[in-house]
Design a protein around this ligand. Structure first.
Ligand code: HEM
Ligand code: NAG
Ligand code: NAG
Length: 357
């Protein structure tokens, strides 16, 4: 009796399992490429060797280095040339690569020439359109940074037809009101703007203070963690280079740069709680950043194919973040009054000097 009942239950379970498998198969039709890779759409197969080529020729074999950081910044500067009201460029179209003479002359694109000139020959090798190239490179470069979400990649942008106009890219000297207005004009809420600023966890400045190129915005520039959201709140005490520069405010650590815009956004009542919520909240930050990037990287584009499974899977981070050595809760300039501040331990030892990248 017992055996029979168990047998019936087991077969009911296997019928139920088979039914879910059929449903899953119907929802996601999988294709096996000649290369052996599995993907959602046969049109994505040609991207697998291109991903390998970009890793080799642009990212030094898959590193979260300067090219990876700059590829992410480039995708922002390309895509944000867009307005939901029209009249401001075609968004995530690769225009910054093709119309580089025009777009690189804009003040906000200072330092971008390094990555466009580095990308140009690799872009030509791949045969992709400039838009697909810029936004695939950003997804791959970001994936090379431990802790990053695996970004979506949508495929099939047409070649760009015109440069974006000037004054679409926010500057660190802009007010929070101006920055939020620019993001809103491109279709992003204040919360999405903060989510996109997670990118500054893998960022460094070359041109804000040209005497100290490669000066990071946080003490863990090689990992996609939430450290930047914490460090921007620490009491500032120094300028890392040749004194105060436009767009720069006091930083808490030698060798670290703080952007005026990041600090202002961390303190503004419209954004302070979104900013604070990111701190030591790795999974939340990853999902918010991923969603905002998915929106950014298709601005102005239509009829794209989801080729997200060509994007490499990033390494995960599990350890909680820490205050840099010598810092504690007493150094936090907490601007969000509505939420308790997360409990965070401190790295042992004397205050670090952040090394340039
Ligand atoms: C309020 C909006 C923003 C402002 C004012 C801003 C400003 C800046 C500035 C001044 C730099 C340093 C440039 C240099 O001196 O070399 C920088 C670097 C960077 N930004 Fe932003 N940014 C903003 C939003 C974003 C967004 C939305 C992204 C990406 C989604 C992004 C990604 C990066 C990255 C990855 C770097 C580092 C590039 C590298 O290390 O080569 N930024 N940003
Ligand atoms: C600009 O584009 C040209 C091709 O039109 C390319 O040869 C050059 O390397 C690019 N320069 C920069 C700085 O991006
Ligand atoms: C440092 O800053 C001073 C004044 O702000 C400026 O005159 C000088 O040229 C700067 N030095 C360098 C090496 O850029």
């Amino acid at each position: 009796m017992k055996t029979m009942a168990f047998g019936r239950l087991a077969s009911l379970i296997s019928i139920a399992l088979a039914a879910t498998q059929i449903t899953n198969a119907a929802l996601t039709k999988r294709v096996t490429c000649a290369s052996g890779h599995v993907t959602a759409n046969a049109a994505c197969c040609k991207l697998f060797p291109i991903v390998d080529q970009i890793q080799k020729d642009l990212f030094d074999g898959g590193e979260c280095g300067e090219e990876a950081h700059s590829a992410l910044r480039l995708s922002f500067h390309d895509a944000i040339g867009f307005s939901i009201h029209g009249g401001k460029g075609n968004g995530a179209d690769g225009s910054i690569l093709i119309f580089n003479k025009t777009e690189l002359a804009f003040h906000a694109n200072g330092g971008i020439d390094d990555i466009t000139s580095r990308q140009f020959p690799v872009f030509q090798e791949t045969g992709l359109t400039a838009g697909d190239f810029v936004h695939l490179a950003a997804a791959i470069g970001t994936a090379n940074c431990p802790g990053a979400p695996r970004l979506q990649f949508m495929f099939g942008r047409p070649p760009p037809v015109a440069p974006a106009p000037d004054l679409t890219v926010p500057e660190p000297t802009d007010s929070v009101t101006a920055i939020l207005a620019r993001f809103a004009d491109a279709g992003f809420s204040p919360q999405e703007a903060v989510a996109l600023l997670s990118s500054h966890t893998i960022a460094a400045a070359d041109v804000v203070d040209p005497t100290i190129p490669g000066t990071p915005f946080d003490s863990t520039v090689g990992t996609f963690d939430t450290q930047v959201f914490l460090e921007v709140l620490l009491k500032g005490k120094l300028f890392p280079g040749n004194g105060s520069q436009p767009g720069e405010v006091l930083s808490p650590l030698a060798g670290e740069m703080r952007l005026q815009s990041d600090f202002a956004i961390s303190q503004d009542s419209r954004t302070a709680c979104f900013w604070q919520e990111m701190i030591n909240n790795q999974n939340f930050m990853m999902s918010q950043f991923k969603a905002a990037m998915a929106k950014l990287q298709v601005l102005g584009q239509r009829n794209l194919i989801d080729c997200s499974d060509v994007v490499p899977v990033p390494k995960t981070l599990t350890a909680p973040i820490k205050f840099p050595a010598s810092f504690s809760q007493a150094d936090v300039q907490q601007a969000c009054k509505a939420l308790p501040f997360p409990k965070i331990a401190t790295v042992a030892g004397p205050a670090p000097t952040v090394a340039p990248v």
